[in-house]
Write a protein that binds this ligand. Sequence first.
Ligand code: C2E
Ligand code: MG
Ligand code: MG
Ligand code: MG
Length: 276
Amino acid sequence: EAKAAGRNQVKFFDPLMQASLSARAALETELREAITHRHFLLYYQPQVDASGLLIGAEALLRWEHPHKGLITPGRFIAEAESSGLIIAIGQWILRTACEQLVTWSQQPGYADLPLSVNVSARQFHHPDFVADVLHILKETGANPERLGLELTETLLAEDMDTLIEKMKALRTHGIRFSLDDFGTGYSSLSYLKRLPLDQLKIDQSFVQDLLDDPNDATIVKTILALGSSLDLEVIAEGVETAAQRDALLTFGCHCFQGYFFGHPGPAEKLPSTLDP
Ligand code: C2E
Ligand code: MG
Ligand code: MG
Ligand code: MG
């Protein structure tokens, strides 16, 4: 096979690169074991409005490694995608998120809470994605109107017509769509106009330096103006301080997510919509 031959060549010519290939192979093996033994869990981070009231949550994947402890997705999502394991992991993520929605639906203060789930490009482009989501919703009994899917601009690199078709198919069931990390990719405005979106998520890198870097402040204002003209909700990610929140408020941003309001954690730790 081409892949195997490639590996042998690399081994012969470049021991350093081979080391990273072995590390990747080891990671892939560990990921397979994690899938088999269900060593993943979902954390939930609150999303709040201008008065600090809970308006939603984002599900964030964690790997509970038997020896290394809790691992964040930055260290394994890329490998999960390139190996294709993201398909199996992604199905587990969706199922677990839907089960959480059902649990919340029976709890006062959480009953109508919207939950957003990150979906990787490879997962979304899988031919069975729409059917899988609908199947999981049906099996768990979760309300599709409470489910949001977060896509990134990397998705836009591929066939727009299929992308839009899939989004529309899911939207007819009430599923909402967010464009995550907005501003970091290079989606053209004409693409943005065509996408059946509900929400833009301002990337945390712009929020981070909002107070010090006039360019970032300009970008944030531009995204807010774009959101308002395209009739999309805009939420700021990575809000860590009251000063950032206040600046965002004066720019007209009314939805927030970040450590200032709450770190990602187990579902039980999420504040309720009844909390002030
Ligand atoms: P994201 O979807 O943009 O998620 C936001 C990330 O920022 C999360 O990192 C979150 O813990 C972190 N964060 C939240 N508030 C703050 C803050 O105030 N300051 C800072 N510095 N960071 C904050 P996390 O959980 O490590 O996830 C990283 C990325 O991994 C996510 O970025 C998303 O792209 C991906 N990811 C996470 N969960 C999943 C999943 O279930 N499926 C897929 N396909 N990707 C996921
Ligand atoms: Mg996200
Ligand atoms: Mg993001
Ligand atoms: Mg991100």
